[in-house]
Write a protein that binds this ligand. Structure first.
Ligand SMILES: Nc1ncnc2c1ncn2[C@@H]1O[C@H](COP(=O)(O)OP(=O)(O)OP(=O)(O)O)[C@@H](O)[C@H]1O
Length: 271
C-alpha cells in the first residue's frame, strides 16, 4: 500500500429532507483513501454508509442532497477533481474507467437478456473504444481472475448462481482498471461459503490488479477478514478510523467495541 491518496473527503454532509424534517445522514465527515488499500466502512444499518457511497459516486437521489464538503479524487494521469462538483461528460468519463461501483444486491443489476460477454463489451467499448482487439481474451482473463471459467462469457445471467453473478460484476467493475471501486455490502444475501469466496476474490483483485477498494459492510467479520483499515460510522459521523488490527485490538470508541462484540465468531483473514 502506498501513501499516495486516491480520495480525500473533507467536511462532507448529506441531508435527506422529508416532511418530518431533515435527516443528516452524513455529517462533517473527513476520510482519505490510499492507493492500493482496502478500506472498510463499518456501522450498523442506518448509520449512513450507503448514503456516503452514493454521494461519492454522485448517484444520490432526491430527497438526498449534499449540503457541504468536498471529495477530491486523484486519477492516474489526470488532474484532481472534486467529485461533488463534476458534471455531465466529465462525470460520465469518470464512471467505470476511474471510479466504479458494485451496488448492494448487485446480482440483479445484470441485464437478463444479454450474454455475460456482451455486458463486458458494453462497458469496455463505451469507455475504451480502441480496445476491440483481444477483447475475448481480456474477458476470459477477467473472469478467471474472479475464479470463473472463460466459458461463463457465453452464458446468460439466469444460468448463473448468485455468487457467480456477483463475481461477474466484480470482474466488470475492474475491467477498465479504475482508480477506486466502491463495493456496498458485497457479501450480503449470499450464503456463508460463497461469502468467503467473494472476499477471497476481492483480496485477489487487490493483490493482482492493485485495485483500491472501499468496502461497505455492517458485518465486522467481513472487515476482520478483508480490509487494511476500517472507518466506523455512527449516526452519520465517523467515530473511528484505523488499521484493522489496531481497531479490533484496542477500539477507541464504545460503539466500535459493541460492534466487535456483536460478531459471533471471527473468520480467518483472506490473504
Ligand atoms: N431516501 C431517503 N429518504 C429519507 N431518509 C433516508 C433516505 N435514505 C436514507 N435515509 C436515512 O439516512 C440515514 C442513513 O441511511 P443509509 O441507508 O445511508 O444507512 P446505511 O448505514 O447504509 O444502512 P443500510 O445498510 O441499512 O443501507 C438513515 O437515517 C436513513 O433512514
Amino acid at each position: 500500500m502506498s501513501e499516495e491518496t486516491v480520495l480525500e473527503v473533507k467536511g462532507l454532509e448529506v441531508v435527506y429532507s422529508t416532511n418530518r424534517g431533515d435527516v443528516k445522514a452524513v455529517q462533517d465527515l473527513d476520510l482519505s483513501v490510499r492507493r492500493g488499500e482496502i478500506l472498510g466502512i463499518a456501522g450498523e444499518s442506518g448509520s449512513g454508509k450507503s448514503t456516503l457511497a452514493v454521494a461519492l459516486l454522485r448517484l444520490l437521489k432526491p430527497p438526498g442532497k449534499v449540503t457541504a464538503g468536498s471529495a477530491i479524487f486523484h486519477r492516474k494521469g489526470g488532474s484532481p477533481v472534486d467529485l461533488m462538483k463534476v458534471e455531465g461528460e466529465e462525470l460520465r468519463v469518470l464512471r467505470w474507467s476511474a471510479l466504479s461501483y458494485l451496488p448492494q444486491g448487485s446480482q440483479s443489476s445484470l441485464n437478463p437478456v444479454m450474454r455475460v460477454e456482451d455486458q463486458f463489451k458494453d462497458v469496455i467499448l463505451e469507455h475504451a473504444p480502441g480496445r476491440k482487439e483481444g477483447l475475448t481474451e481480456l474477458i476470459g482473463r477477467l473472469l478467471e481472475q474472479v475464479g470463473l471459467e472463460p466459458r461463463v462469457a457465453r452464458m446468460y445471467p439466469h444460468e448463473l448462481s448468485g455468487g457467480m453473478k456477483q463475481r461477474v460484476l466484480m470482474a466488470i467493475c475492474v475491467a477498465l482498471e479504475p482508480d477506486l471501486v466502491i463495493a456496498d455490502e458485497p457479501t450480503t444475501a449470499l450464503d456463508v461459503t460463497i461469502q468467503r469466496v467473494i472476499l477471497q476474490s476481492l483480496a485477489d483483485l487487490r493483490r493482482d490488479f492493485g485495485v483500491t477498494l472501499m468496502v461497505i459492510s455492517h458485518d465486522m467479520g467481513v472487515h476482520a477478514q478483508l480490509v487494511d483499515r476500517v472507518a466506523v460510522m455512527y449516526e452519520g459521523r465517523l467515530v473511528e478510523v484505523g488499521g484493522v488490527h489496531q481497531v479490533f485490538k484496542d477500539p477507541q470508541h464504545e460503539y466500535t467495541r459493541q460492534l466487535i462484540e456483536s460478531i459471533p465468531r471471527l473468520g480467518r483473514r483472506a490473504s
